[in-house]
Write a protein that binds this ligand. Sequence first.
Ligand code: COA
Length: 414
Amino acid sequence: MKALEGVKILDMTHVQSGPTCTQLLAWFGADVIKVERPGVGDATRKQLVDVPGADSLYFTMLNHNKRSVTLNTKSDEGKAIFTKLIQHCDVMVENFAPGALDRMGFSWERIQEINPRMIYASVKGFGPGPYQDCKVYENVAQCAGGSASTTGFRDGLPLVTGAQIGDSGTGLHLALGIVTALFHREKSGKGQRVECAMQDSVLNLCRVKLRDQQRLKAGPLTEYSQYGEGVPFGDATPRAGNDSGGGQPGRILKCKGWETDPNAYTYFITQAAVWEKICDVIGKPEWKEDEKFATPKARLPHLNEIFDAIEAWTMTKTKFEVMDICNPLDIPVGPILSMREIAEEQSLRDTGTVVEVDHPERGPYLTVGNPIKLSDSPADVKRSPLLGEHTEEILAEIGLSADEIEIAKAGGAV
Ligand code: COA
């Protein structure tokens, strides 16, 4: 039995943030019923299409293990069916633009009347305040949540990151809110509202930069490269390039082959505990006794000189050789892996972190599996549903007769 088996999720989500959340719940065993507009469906089905006529990877990779029902929740007949679905389910999840469900006639008050045990979870771009009515996509959240202003190099533009911290990051936060509310319901017997704003989730993930904002009052941020370079700090946390965000200085350094391979780099951390081993590995044993480098504090103004010397060594090795040499010495390093290398990495296949799935329209494709591993509830990744694939089955489950289903179809409600 899967951890969330028996939990029914009414999934009104679309695009990425909401679907990430409900996919996770489905991997944990919940029955996720994805409601989609008849004939249209989640817009991502037809975005970034690579196989003509088939659901896109954008859609399939966010909607595994779900069932799809089509329903026009704006028609009277559709609303009556939707009301039955609310009665039938434990959790409703949505990430429409602000106010969309209220406009359909399903406010939180109305949902509670229909099903007082319902947990109603939403993603919005912003929480209550000046921007609460805005539509928001990933990169807007990265910008508004403090990520973009602190990502990139000091002399360059703010940058968005490849990690979808606004969408998938918020979906993760929402999933935790939902299981917490389910746990609470065990004791209270009541549902509750769960809200996650994308701005808040991004900020939660960028908290070290808010930490640094406050540390600025006490003086320069000595672990930032710009300190060693003598560049004064302004009044806001600056972009720190590839500097480590913690107390152990780190950088991305070139490895053998960097001239032609854009990913021939390693991350190298000069952890204080292994400083002497680093000196030996890079051929600078004399630095162990040199006062300029003897303590972490003494080293801070000289980080450029230190990393130049380490890079002179890493450039003589491949990123994997650096790993092989440093790991046994407990020197923390990490190769910059390309997506091709990740896709081909056997150990990630073995753990179910990368999974190959078959699909009737597009054939086999790679996707991510559940990164959260439960010993008694392993995730079993199943392909995403076709549009409306489970409409009849779900309508029958909520008590519609064959005749009623036919009438709903003829009237365009499903
Ligand atoms: N039947 C009938 N109508 C439906 C429906 C259904 N099954 N499903 C959706 N709709 C309607 C909605 O009610 C809404 O109608 P309305 O505007 O008349 O009220 C309409 O479809 C479109 O919904 P909307 O959410 O406005 O879609 P959009 O494509 O214009 O905007 C976002 C997309 C992502 C910008 C927006 O949904 C949003 O800001 N969401 C919150 C933040 C978020 O999650 N962003 C990240 C997305 S990855």
